[in-house]
Ligand binder design. Structure first.
Ligand code: SDX
Length: 436
């Protein structure tokens, strides 16, 4: 019997089936041969939320949740955060190798020259109410770029694909900054090609009437590190959305908008905004024990804690805590940090969290830094979406070029009615409709 196989006995028929095991998986389609008779459809797997289902083979990001390991293309996140810039890491994620100096220089120039946005976008942005959530503006405006670059739907043309990838990486900070400026009623600031990616983002956010924006280098480097940490995270909810929407050959602008929409949820990238709301609600260190008691009684979740994959400390959270200290040396310590540190201290000792392996994740400390930098909580998820656009595009490109991939279309387990006789209007009686 070959070693890399499993043998399944179908006790319904007494039949044995030997299935190959590859990369620790069996192919779901191999289960279809397990039937009770010629008219049986065959076995499927039932896996709500894909708790135990690999949807693709990938070489981009590796996570070992038990050991708290995160690597981009084989490089540990700690090393990349210490030695690289965000655009250098973006190149690595997209092309698989760290760039040489000339390659990086060309790459930075390409991205820098795609930061301008079609002027029609300003009119589009003006259509939003002053208090529109920046994520709603971000998602809509990224989708609107699809109308500016119709050639982008040629997703199987490598040159057209790469051109859109550069456009999106260059333009997402500009869109993010426009959504912020719109929300505070300030005029938009055009990109400054003399500045780095992070410095230019700060310029478009915060330049007022000075002739040239001068970015604080500590804040700029902190943003660059935060962008590196948020760039990709294998098959998370929004990456899954990018792959699923992209699998229908929708263009990369519409696919990225769908991914950003998935990120906006409070269980995913929207958690960083919810963490700040939670810390505001707690109010002081003294209230932390009572708040944790409420969580343990089922009154909500500890936002910024827990992870589907990490059953250990999220390695990004450690680096964010280190980065926070650098930022606070410039901005002054955010008082909310004391509450967050007390929450972490108590939660990490409490059986409820220890048994469920709930540790701080990337969102637990990031909001505290962003607030210290001057961002309002509504902007936090936009700050996540900017760098994650690189990860979404790397995942999209890998899916498009994977010969095994086709349009994503899961099956279902039918639990509804069998065929029913039609009921004419006059014979219908009000049926109790349960709230869904
Ligand atoms: C991100 O997937 C990624 O990689 C995402 C991300 C990325 O970079 O793309 O890392 C970014 O989204 C980080 C996660 C941000 N979200 C939050 O911080 C929201 C709070 N966290 C939870 O909602 C939750 O931990 C999830 C959504 C992150 C993970 O949920 P799972 O894996 O579906 O786990 P679960 O909900 O089934 O929880 C298992 C148990 C449950 O208790 P029991 O039913 O067993 O009694 O743990 C409990 C949950 O109630 N639990 C929590 C909790 N998270 C899980 N209890 C209190 N507080 C929490 N935060």
């Amino acid at each position: 019997m070959p070693q890399d196989t499993v043998t399944i006995t179908d006790n319904r028929t007494g039949q044995n089936y030997t299935l190959p095991v590859e990369n620790g998986t069996i192919r779901a389609m191999d289960l279809r041969k397990i039937k009770t008779g010629p008219n049986d459809f065959g076995l499927m797997t039932y896996d709500p939320a894909f708790m135990n289902t690999a949807s693709c083979r990938s070489a981009i990001t590796f996570i070992d949740g038990d050991k708290g390991i995160l690597r981009y293309r084989g490089y540990p996140i700690e090393v990349l955060a210490e030695h690289c810039t965000f655009l250098e890491v973006a190149y690595l994620l997209l092309f698989g190798e760290l760039p040489t100096e000339p390659q990086l220089k060309d790459w930075i120039s390409e991205i820098t020259h795609h930061t301008m946005i079609h002027e029609s976008t300003k009119k589009f942005m003006e259509g939003f109410r002053y208090n529109a959530h920046p994520m709603a503006m971000f998602v809509s405006t990224v989708a609107a770029l699809s109308s500016v670059y119709p050639e982008s739907r040629n997703v199987h043309d490598p040159a057209i694909r790469l051109h859109q990838i550069k456009r999106l990486i260059g333009k997402v900070p500009s869109i993010a900054a426009m959504s912020y400026r719109h929300s505070v009623g300030f005029p938009y600031v055009y990109p400054d090609n003399d500045l780095t990616y992070a410095e230019n983002f700060m310029n478009m956010l915060w330049k007022m009437v000075e002739p040239k924006y001068a970015a604080n280098p500590v804040i700029a480097r902190a943003l660059d590190i935060l962008f590196i940490l948020h760039a990709d995270h294998e098959q998370n909810c929004s990456a899954n959305a990018m792959r699923a929407v992209g699998s229908s050959q929708a263009d990369p602008y519409l696919s990225t908008a769908a991914a950003a929409a998935a990120l906006s949820g409070p269980l995913h990238g929207g958690a960083n905004e919810e963490v700040l709301r939670m810390l505001d609600e707690i109010g002081s260190k003294d209230n932390v024990p009572a708040y944790i008691k409420g969580i343990k009684e089922g009154k909500g979740k500890l936002m910024g804690f827990g992870h589907r994959i990490y059953k250990n400390y999220d390695p990004r959270a450690k680096i964010i805590k280190w980065t926070a200290d650098r930022v606070f040396e410039i901005t002054g310590r955010n008082a909310k940090l004391e509450i967050a540190l007390e929450l972490e201290r108590i939660a990490l000792q409490d059986d409820y969290f220890v048994q469920r392996k709930l540790y701080p994740n990337v969102d637990f400390y990031s909001g505290i830094i962003y607030q210290a930098m001057g961002f309002r909580p509504e902007m936090f998820t936009v700050l996540f979406a900017i760098p994650r656009t690189v990860g979404w595009l790397a995942q999209w490109q890998e899916m498009i070029t994977d010969p095994e991939q086709k349009i994503a279309r899961p099956r279902q387990v039918w639990i509804g009615h069998e065929t029913r006789e039609f009921v004419p209007m006059e014979k219908r009686t009000p049926a109790p409709v349960a709230a869904r």
